[in-house]
Design a protein around this ligand. Structure first.
Ligand SMILES: [Zn+2]
Length: 263
């Protein structure tokens, strides 16, 4: 079985065929998804999605994504605290949070203060975090160290160096690999996916974005997660069975899921 550790399954892209996709996932043994939060306005629909009876397990994180910086305000941080205190069913992390230094229009100072505030909240609630890191890995590591954050989590859509990977691994993070590794030109990333210890890797689709090469330019879907497994099998020495089992276990370990709640 496989676990899609990062899928924006609440997005309207899936409104017309969400049930069909979940059934397809079940057939393809993609038996769990983690849906990360993006803006406070979307949290309720995520909580709703995860609470309903489904053919596979849906988990989620709540947080304020740096990409939507202009939509966030201080009251959303209070709202995040309140939501976490209610500990809704299947809430497993704070996310998607982080720093995006790739996009120039996002103010770095504002991003940092939003990120720090959310790391502190995650720490207070003893929850792992789901990280969005673009050209900001060292800065994120510095902040996590300053705040003595020790709950671990997932750095989604890994795009850092080997040295940065090792530093995140040392402080209890797993690294998410998805559609990007299916593009032959991504040589550095493919090399890392091939050589990092299997115990540090988790699979993700990041759907509806980051479609694998076979579906380039189309909507991505969690049902394509087996393509990421296939690609890793091409790159790595382990069998498909071992990679599937270990990456699923890694996701469950870091998100502290004891056993999948099957329907
Ligand atoms: Zn995301």
């Amino acid at each position: 079985m496989l676990f899609d550790s990062h899928c924006h399954f609440d997005f309207k892209d899936f409104d017309t065929d969400r049930t069909i996709i979940l059934n397809n996932c079940a057939q393809k043994k993609v038996l769990a998804l983690c849906i990360p939060g993006t803006t406070a306005s979307r949290w309720q629909s995520i909580i709703h999605l995860a609470a309903a009876k489904r053919p596979i397990s849906l988990y989620f994180a709540l947080g304020l994504h740096p990409y939507f910086l202009e939509e966030h305000n201080a009251s959303h941080l209070e709202a995040l605290e309140q939501q976490l205190c209610q500990s809704p069913k299947h809430l497993i992390a704070v996310g998607e949070i982080g720093l995006d230094f790739y996009l120039d229009h996002l103010d770095r100072g504002q991003q940092e203060s939003l990120f720090r505030a959310q790391v502190k909240i995650a720490k207070a609630h003893k929850l792992p975090i789901i990280l969005h890191a673009r050209k900001s890995h060292d800065q994120i590591l510095k902040i996590l160290r300053e705040l003595h954050f020790q709950e671990g989590g997932i750095v989604h859509a890994w795009s850092g160096s080997e040295q940065q990977a090792n530093r995140f691994i040392e402080i209890g993070f797993k690294l998410g690999f998805g559609g990007a590794i299916t593009y032959p030109r991504a040589t550095k990333l493919r090399h890392l996916a091939a050589t990092l210890p299997l115990t540090c890797l988790v699979l993700e689709t990041d759907a509806p974005d980051m479609a694998p090469a076979a579906f380039k330019g189309q909507r991505n879907s969690p049902e394509y997660l087996p393509l990421i497994l296939d690609e890793l099998c091409q790159l790595r020495p382990e069998s498909a069975e071992i990679i599937a089992r270990q990456t699923t276990q890694n996701t469950m370990d870091v998100l502290r899921i004891q056993s999948l709640q099957m329907p």
